[in-house]
Design a binder for this molecule. Structure first.
Ligand SMILES: Nc1ncnc2c1ncn2[C@@H]1O[C@H](COP(=O)(O)OP(=O)(O)OP(=O)(O)O)[C@@H](O)[C@H]1O
Ligand SMILES: [Mg+2]
Length: 350
């Protein structure tokens, strides 16, 4: 490769047709002058043409350095976006305490600005949600005392008024019981919003828990000509708050019993796989419009006030179930079955 008649560092007299050399003005000029080298490098690197091994080493070093620079640049740009993505997902999952803070460094560019905007948004959401929960909890607490007094007054009234007032008093009692139940549910919901960290946890036998709920639901369903059946089994216990898990599954199963068509059954099946159990509750009722499949887990959401009136519910059952399962690290979702009816599937880590 090197040129014997030229000291190292001298650029060769290139000719048109030479690879790498600057083109000459006269066009092809074959057969004249000494043979010219095929490669040319600027003077500071020309010695490499005489040392192929060094040239290879320099090339390898250049590739490694280039790769390292590209890797650093890619991480510099995508690393913070990855952190932002993780934080957004946590926020969407209900973790309002998530903040990026200094994890993006002191960047002054658009990514840094985006991080600070994210933190401001999370802070605002957290404040609003906390205020809303506190209001709900305080109102519910405050309503308990007048309700208790109302019930005592009702008892006294029953002893003193004449028989003609009985129906009105029955109605007052029924309505005050409903308000009482609503307050109880609201307090459960606000408690669950704060998670179950401070609650007493134990190893809960899910098979036993579901067995009892299904037994009670079956008793209720028989009155309408239906049945509730339990198949499969969890096999392993779940660490959590038994009362919360009971409420979660009871709300889902009771809905199925209430909404399944008269004379049809409800199937509760439990499957276990490594690290998790799945409980699905399937009925043969009207199902839920596709656009409401997620919304039914929101507090006070009812698909159709007219249709749901006969169930007498308040629209808090599934919201409580969703929060209870989420507080245990699980999840719940609903889907319509092709044959008609709803299947609600809950997943819990074991
Ligand atoms: N299995 C089901 N089939 C059809 N619709 C359902 C079913 N389960 C729930 N829904 C719909 O979702 C809504 C919300 O259910 P959710 O259990 O939260 O409230 P609810 O049953 O109306 O009242 P409660 O607070 O007493 O449970 C219901 O009003 C109903 O419209
Ligand atoms: Mg319900």
């Amino acid at each position: 490769m090197g040129s014997p008649d030229r000291p190292p560092g001298q650029p060769p007299q290139s000719r048109p047709g030479d690879r790498g050399g600057p083109p000459g003005p006269q066009g092809p000029h074959e057969g004249s002058g000494p043979p010219k080298p095929k490669w040319w490098l600027p003077p500071p690197f020309a010695f490499l043409l005489d040392e192929p091994a060094e040239l290879v080493l320099v090339l390898i070093a250049a590739i490694i350095t280039g790769g390292a620079v590209c890797y650093w640049l890619a991480s510099y740009l995508t690393g913070p976006l990855q952190k932002l993505r993780t934080a957004t997902r946590r926020l969407a999952d209900g973790d309002l305490s998530v903040r990026l803070g200094g994890s993006l460094g002191n960047r002054r560019d658009e990514i840094g600005q985006l991080g600070r905007d994210f933190d401001r948004m999370a802070e605002r959401l957290d404040t609003l949600m906390t205020a809303e929960r506190r209001l709900l909890r305080d109102v519910s607490h405050e309503l308990r005392s007048p309700l208790a007094r109302l019930s005592i007054a009702l008892g006294i009234a029953r002893q003193t008024v004449n028989a003609g007032c009985e129906r009105a008093l029955d109605r007052i009692q029924y309505e005050s019981e409903r308000v009482n139940e609503l307050i109880e549910q609201l307090l459960t919901l606000t408690r669950l919003e704060g998670g179950i960290e401070g609650s007493q946890k134990s190893l809960v036998d899910v098979d036993d828990l579901l067995g009892h709920i299904v037994q009670d639901a079956d008793f209720e369903a028989r009155g309408r000509g239906g049945r509730v059946r339990l198949t499969g089994g969890a096999g392993a216990p779940v660490k959590g708050v038994a009362e919360m898990l009971r409420r979660a599954f009871e709300n889902i199963i009771r809905n199925a019993v209430l909404y399944t068509a008269a004379g049809t059954g409800v199937e509760v099946s439990v499957q276990s796989r490594p690290g998790a159990i799945t409980v699905s509750v399937r009925d043969h009722g009207p199902g839920v419009p596709e656009e409401s499949l997620v919304a039914i887990f929101r507090p006070f959401y009812r698909v159709d006030e007219g249709r749901d009136h006969r169930t007498g519910g308040t629209g808090l059952g599934l919201a409580i179930a969703e929060r209870a399962l989420r507080a245990h690290g699980g999840s719940v979702r609903a889907a319509n079955t092709p044959e008609g009816g709803l299947v609600v599937t809950a997943e819990l880590p074991v």
